[in-house]
Design a protein around this ligand. Structure first.
Ligand SMILES: [Zn+2]
Length: 458
């Protein structure tokens, strides 16, 4: 065996099917450690289609992603503990999830072939992104807010994109394919092509035409409280994966603009400049998240925090990032122009304060006791607001209780809540995977999140 073994992996997803050789990852790394299933095959270049190949695709992508985010995660610990279990094949489903006990992947069939969600670096690094964000901002887990749930999905996709950019070969390929203009559809913007194709074969209107979700899109912010609960992939709905595309689209516009702004030659950015920009963007994103209070218009809060962080990182970034958020109406013109003055209070608000409990009547869910939820109820650190749908003014965000009611209505309507022993299910949605569960708490019932699931779930 050579001193430094290499493994063969897909560069981003099994459908573009670009194979690259990579140094074997160190599975004993202690910072953001993983527990991989046994038996672990010896590191070597295996043939696609074998379990050994899939093992090293997963191990390489997850280790690369965690090493990239690593120093930005305080303490280097996952929310569930020092080591995050990885379940490479949890059974038949076109899905993947993070449930605070593991990140789990599944298999399904497409045209007679078996599709493994854990064979796509895009899907792997999306799930890992949920776990990273949970480590950085655990109070998002239970927040009853469309925007918070959708931001978690967006962060997964942003994690997949930034993790992909850690591969020098992919950076070079994307620059060549796009002529240095990232803002066009490419292997970087198209996420989970193979899983998207498998889902499309069953439900054609559920995913984008060329992948699961494309970060190059034209969606603009609308308050999800007022959006339809369901819509085909060509339209926006309040469903978390659908609504996530607004923030991911702005992020991708930002990446493109930031690369052009920092390149020595704007017409020919280099692979090294792309790597540095991706690293800067990760810093800016994490700082934006850390500084954002958990409130119903969470997108505007993160965006404002990111603009502040961009200013401190490299001032050439700020105008392009500002433009990206304004163009998507995530920030109103006024908010974007005045970020430096948007701190609502000079007293720093502890961003780890827990969310307040809100008791809501729940008889229309078939419950006879009040339902307790965690409302997105932080005091606002920024008075940033999104733009109104019509005109250039600011959109007055929903109150935390209005946002919570709309969000919980959505969960029950979609059949995402497991009633357990607490009550008889009021609506029968069949076998679908539940993201939330009901737990008795004193004289009331508490709504808890069980997992973020990421595949065929709308
Ligand atoms: Zn997800």
């Amino acid at each position: 065996m050579p001193a430094d073994p290499t493994v063969s992996v897909w560069e981003d997803d099994p459908v573009p099917a670009v194979l690259v050789s990579r140094p074997a990852p160190d599975l004993t790394a202690a910072w953001l450690a993983y527990t991989f299933p046994d038996p672990q095959p010896e590191a070597a270049e295996y043939q696609p289609g074998t379990p050994e190949f899939r093992f090293w695709v997963a191990a390489e992508a997850l280790r690369r992603g965690a090493d990239f985010w690593g120093r930005r995660v305080p303490g280097g610990q996952w929310q569930p503990g020092a080591s995050l279990p990885v379940v490479l094949d949890a059974g038949e489903d076109l899905n993947a999830f993070y449930d605070r006990a593991s990140i789990s992947f599944f298999h399904g069939t497409l045209n007679g072939d078996t599709v493994y969600s854990g064979e796509s670096a895009d899907v792997l690094c999306h799930e890992m992104g949920h776990a990273i964000l949970d480590a950085v901002k655990p109070e998002l887990w239970n927040a009853a807010s469309h925007e918070v749930a959708a931001f978690h999905e967006s962060f997964g996709d942003m994690s997949a994109i930034l993790s992909a950019l850690q591969l020098p070969s992919l950076r070079s390929a994307i620059l060549a394919d796009t002529g240095g203009s990232l803002d066009q559809s490419s292997r970087l913007s198209r996420l989970a092509e193979q899983l998207g194709a498998a889902i499309r074969a069953q439900r054609p209107d559920l995913v984008d035409p060329d992948c699961l979700r494309n970060a190059v899109n034209s969606f603009s912010y609308q308050d999800p409280v007022n959006l339809p609960q369901r819509a085909p992939a060509s339209q926006l709905s309040s469903e978390a994966h659908s609504f996530s595309r607004v923030f991911t689209g702005a992020f991708f516009d930002g990446l493109s603009g930031m690369l052009t702004a920092r390149a020595a030659d704007a017409n020919a950015p280099t692979e090294e400049e792309l790597a540095q920009m991706a690293s800067d963007m990760a810093d800016i994103l994490i700082l934006g998240v850390q500084n954002a209070p958990v409130v119903p218009n969470f997108y505007a809060q993160v965006a404002a925090g990111m603009l502040e962080a961009a200013d401190a990182t490299n001032t050439v970034y700020t105008p392009v990032l500002r433009a990206a958020f304004v163009q998507r109406a995530i920030l109103s013109l006024d908010s974007a122009a005045n970020v430096a003055n948007l701190q609502a209070s000079t007293e720093s608000i502890p961003m780890t304060e827990s969310l307040s409990s809100l008791a809501m009547s729940a008889d229309h869910y078939g419950l006879t006791k009040p339902l307790l939820v965690h409302a997105a109820s932080h005091a606002r650190a920024y008075v940033a607001t999104s733009a109104a749908t019509h005109g250039n003014g600011a959109h007055e965000p929903a109150s935390s209780s209005t946002a919570a009611r709309a969000y919980v209505d959505d969960l029950f309507t979609r059949g995402r809540v497991h009633y357990g022993d607490v009550a008889k299910a009021h609506l029968n949605h069949g076998k679908r995977l539940r993201s939330h569960k009901l737990v008795a708490e004193g004289g009331a019932i508490r709504l808890h999140r069980c997992l973020f699931d990421c595949g065929l779930t709308r």
